[in-house]
Design a protein around this ligand. Sequence first.
Ligand code: DGI
Ligand code: FE
Ligand code: FE
Length: 198
Amino acid sequence: MVISMKTASLKKLRKEMEKELHTKRYEHTLSVAYTAASLAMVHGVDTNRAMIAGMLHDCAKCLSSKKLISLCKKHNLPMSEVEMQNPTALLHAKAGSFLAHKKYGIEDEEVLNAIKYHTTGRPDMGKLEKILYIADYIEPGRTHAANLSQIRKLAYQDLDKALMRILEDTLAYLHSTGGVIDAMTKATYTSLCHRIDK
Ligand code: DGI
Ligand code: FE
Ligand code: FE
C-alpha cells in the first residue's frame, strides 16, 4: 500500500514536470532523478526521496527572471544582490524549493533543502543534498563540464571528494566567465576545504 502510493506520487510529479518544463529541461530532470537514485543506492539513502528531489529540482527553471523575482518578493523569500542579478542561475533553486512545497505538496524538509541548495550547496550538507548537487552535475546528458569522467567515478566512491571537485571546477568556470560568485557557493567551498583537510 505504502509503496504504491509513493510510486503514484512520483508518477504524478513526472507528468507535472513534463507539462511545466521545456523538452530539454525535462530530459535533464529525468536524468537527474535516475542518477540521484543510483547514487542513493550506493550511499545508503532512500531512493524514492532521491527521485522526488531530482524530479522537482529544476521545477522553477523555466520561469522568467521577472517571475522568479516577483515570486520571491511576494512570498518574502530573502534574496541576495547576486541572486537578484542572476535569477535563472541562482534564484530558481530557492523558488523551486518553495514551489515544491506549496504547489507540488512536498513536506519532506530534506527533499526541500536538497532542492533549495542544489545550485550553490551549503556548509554541512546532508547526504541527500550532496547527492542531488552531484547528480545535477554528472547526469549522462551533461557533456560540457571539465573532468566529468573522473568526477562521475568519484561520485560513487566518496561524496565529499566529488563535491569538492565540482566546486573547484564551478569556481574556475565562474572565474573564466566573469560570473559573480554567490556567498553561499563560497561558504560551501570553504567548509569543504576545512573538512577534507582534517
Ligand atoms: O539548473 P541547472 O542548469 O541544471 O544547474 P544548476 O542549478 O547547478 O546551476 C545553474 C547555473 O548556476 C550554472 O550555470 C552554474 C551557476 N552557478 C553556480 N554557482 C554560482 C553560479 N552562478 C553565479 N553567478 N554564482 C554562483 O555562485
Ligand atoms: Fe538547477
Ligand atoms: Fe538541474
